[in-house]
Design a protein around this ligand. Structure first.
Ligand SMILES: *[C@@H]1O[C@H](CO)[C@@H](O)[C@H](O)[C@H]1NC(C)=O
Ligand SMILES: *[C@@H]1O[C@H](CO)[C@@H](O)[C@H](O)[C@H]1NC(C)=O
Ligand SMILES: *[C@@H]1O[C@H](CO)[C@@H](O)[C@H](O)[C@H]1NC(C)=O
Length: 697
């Protein structure tokens, strides 16, 4: 039955204005809550009789009662869990430790019994008989599809409550984006006089998600103060919602397809079966909370991402203490995150290291992680001992939480997958080689006989444009002709395509300058996007191959005896934001040294973590010159005295040692987009960039 068709028909008629009766009832503690499936049925029946007020009365009550049942269950379970003492203990027992003797076992079970009694009386008092509110799977499905709002919007419309009709329609449509009739209805509503934009609200929106989405929209508008405010509320609300979600998991055992008549587990097995099911549900709250109507997939890495947004919002609001706190909190989840470690180092340098040291990650997050990890450990135990499947929904879980046996198995599975990818890659390469041979265009890079002085021609038209002496320093070189114009254009296109299709953003504020937008793609990300068909695989391969070419050139120019390995490679474009260029004094990328922390006030560079001390050489491959500003500079250790300046252009590479002899930075980009591939190398194979070791992924 199409409720939507009914509305369209009704739109052609003039509407009767009927005053909406005050349908509110008060929930006193002795009032028995009517079951919401019964109310739903009553409302649907009334709908077919055209009794709109009865529809509204019962459907609204059904929604309200359903919410009440949910919240009472959560509250009862949480407050019972919160009670450390359940009245008199069995005589002679201190803290019960199950298993240390049959008497202690009794103490343990006493707690379980009292807890069951607590939850049971709490629920009965507030809801009446607990079985009364059990509903069939069908009814559950109707509510999860938000069907009540479909009936409500028609009924509201019929009694001319337009604002409520619009909200109900919008709420329904959020969960049913393919519902064409509701979409048409919404279009009609949008054209109707008296309908306001704020009427289109989602009545089922959850606070933590609404706040997160608000935060995100302020964030993308560069309103960082407001963004931080909403992300903070979102974090608080997240933990509230998480507690509730976990409490709601503590429901009945789900026999899940197998015949409960044949279920004959003993006491501990039965408790185990039920408990593991509940733990699985609790772990799944991560996914539940990251999901929202109208998005097919949950937000990835949802909770950690709050702290990523927060740190950058605080940084932009010049609140370095909070930025450090949030960066550290994010690092609890992803301790090796390169960008975040860089940010933290930067914020700490700005605030002062001593002060920064005293700021720690948020306690609430530490506790949350501790609990989650313990749950995972139990679930993995259940996996190994009883074969109860557990798929970890988090991306941040430390490796050693998973038992070694399982880890090995998963690794083997992954390797199989990687091998298949590699084989496909090799096949592609063979095809490309065949094509290239036909074009008779071999472009192997021979070893370069490096000159000490002057300009010399290298293989493949690569030439040394400036020696270390000409660049007024040591361990620096400027090369030209490393890649062709076509290749430059293709990489720049790749960066723009990846930014567009990758994370759904079109550039975000630069971590270094509020006057520029920033987009970056790593080789790994490019390969992933290539595999997903979002960017041409050909461009991805080019990115990979050209950075390899630069590596070889640097390795041979500096006469290195052991191989150089990639430590990190990043295709980065910075775009000037036109309206933010006046009075600009900042740099596009502040002066720094790649493998130590530059303390310019005392002309020192400290080679200690969090600096990337394993970096030995760096190179930047430029892709274009059609922008203003953005020159590369080398300075003294004071970060002020410029010793050499390099104008980017397509195919140009500036290569240099990553140590204190080479502080460098980038001047402000004041117009247009500046794109380059930044490459960091290490002589230590243990720090090789992961993507390079596992074939092209
Ligand atoms: C509902 O009950 C509360 C107290 O429990 C009272 O303050 C309120 O006025 C009542 N509302 C109605 C509509 O009866
Ligand atoms: C748990 O107990 C503490 C202290 O008595 C109280 O502050 C807190 O609100 C309680 N939480 C719940 C969910 O009842
Ligand atoms: C090196 O220093 C000299 C003298 O200060 C300067 O004229 C020249 O431009 C510098 N070289 C580069 C590449 O900036």
């Amino acid at each position: 039955v199409s409720v939507g068709a009914e509305l369209r028909y009704a739109l052609l008629l003039s509407c009767l204005v009927v005053p909406l009766c005050a349908a509110d009832t008060n929930l006193s503690s002795h009032f028995v809550l009517e079951p919401y499936d019964f109310l739903f049925d009553t409302a649907v029946e009334a709908y077919y009789k055209g009794d709109w007020l009865t529809v509204i009365l019962n459907m609204e009550k059904a929604l309200r009662n359903k919410a009440t049942v949910r919240s009472v269950k959560a509250q009862c379970r949480m407050s019972c869990a919160n009670r450390t003492s359940f009245g008199d203990r069995l005589a002679g027992l201190g803290v019960p430790i199950p298993g240390s003797g049959s008497v202690e076992d009794l103490g343990f079970f006493q707690k379980i019994l009292k807890r069951a009694d607590c939850v049971n009386s709490c629920e009965t008092e507030k809801l009446g008989s607990p079985t009364m509110h059990q509903v069939t799977g069908e009814v559950q499905l109707e509510f999860s599809k938000r069907t009540p709002y479909n009936y409500l919007q028609v009924a509201y419309f019929k009694i001319n409550k337009l604002d409520k009709a619009v909200a109900a329609a919008h709420t329904f449509y959020q969960a049913n984006p393919d519902h064409m009739e509701m979409r048409q209805n919404l279009e009609y509503y949008r054209m109707m006089a008296g309908v306001k934009e704020e009427d289109f609200k989602d009545l089922e929106a959850r606070t933590h998600m609404a706040e997160f989405l608000l935060g995100k929209s302020y964030y993308s508008d560069d309103s960082f103060g407001l963004a931080a405010k909403h992300f903070e509320v979102a974090v608080d609300e997240y933990f509230t919602a998480d507690k509730e979600c976990r409490a709601l998991c503590e429901g009945a055992y789900n026999y899940d397809g197998y015949n409960y008549m044949e279920y004959s587990a003993d006491l501990f097995q039965a408790m185990t079966d039920h408990y593991l099911q509940i733990l699985n549900c609790k772990q799944h709250c991560v996914v539940e909370l990251a999901s929202t109507a109208g998005r097919d997939k949950p937000f990835e890495d949802f909770l950690p991402s709050h702290f990523n947004y927060l740190q950058f919002s605080y940084y932009n609001s010049e609140k370095y203490e909070q930025a450090i706190e949030c960066a550290r909190t994010f690092l609890l989840f992803h301790p090796d995150d390169e960008v975040m470690n860089q940010n933290l180092a930067y914020y700490s340098a700005v605030l002062g290291e001593d002060k920064a040291k005293t700021i720690s990650a948020r306690q609430v997050v530490k506790l949350y992680m501790q609990q989650s990890i313990l749950e995972k450990e139990l679930l993995y135990f259940g996996y190994e001992a009883f074969g109860v499947t557990f798929v970890d929904p988090d991306t941040w879980t430390p490796e050693d939480v998973m038992p070694k046996k399982l880890r090995d198995k998963q690794k083997a599975d992954r390797e199989t997958a990687a091998r298949i990818t590699e084989e496909i890659g090799n096949l592609m390469k063979e095809i490309e080689t065949l094509v290239e041979e036909k074009k008779k265009d071999s472009s192997d890079i021979a070893m370069i006989i490096s000159p000490q002085e002057g300009v010399s021609v290298l293989h493949d038209n690569i030439k040394v444009t400036m020696t270390p002496q000409q660049l007024n320093g040591s361990q620096r070189v400027l090369l030209d002709g490393v890649i062709s114009d076509d290749e430059c254009r293709e990489l720049q296109r790749l960066s723009n395509a990846a930014a567009l299709k990758g994370d759904g953003y079109r550039g975000r504020p630069s971590p270094h300058s509020p006057s520029e937008m920033f987009q970056g793609v790593t080789v790994l990300k490019a390969v992933k996007l290539g595999q997903e068909g979002k960017v041409p695989l050909k461009s991805t391969r080019l990115f990979f191959d050209l950075s390899e070419k630069v590596r070889k050139v640097v390795e041979s120019y500096f006469h290195l005896e052991t191989p150089l390995y990639f430590s990190y490679s990043h295709l980065v474009c910075r775009s000037a934001i036109d309206e933010k260029q006046e009075e600009r004094k900042d740099l596009s990328h502040p002066v720094h040294v790649d493998n130590c922390l530059l303390v310019s006030e005392i002309n020192e560079c400290i080679k200690e973590p969090p600096a990337y001390t394993h970096r030995d050489y760096s190179a930047i491959l430029y892709l274009n010159d059609d922008f203003e500003g953005g020159d590369f500079i080398f300075t003294e250790l004071d970060a002020k005295t410029v010793t050499a300046e390099v104008r980017p252009q397509c195919g140009r590479v500036v290569g240099f040692g990553a140590g204190k002899e080479n502080p460098h930075g980038v001047r402000a980009v004041t117009k247009g987009q500046r794109c380059a591939v930044a490459l960091w190398f290490t002589l230590d194979p243990t720090h090789e960039e992961k993507v390079r070791t596992i074939s092209v992924d």
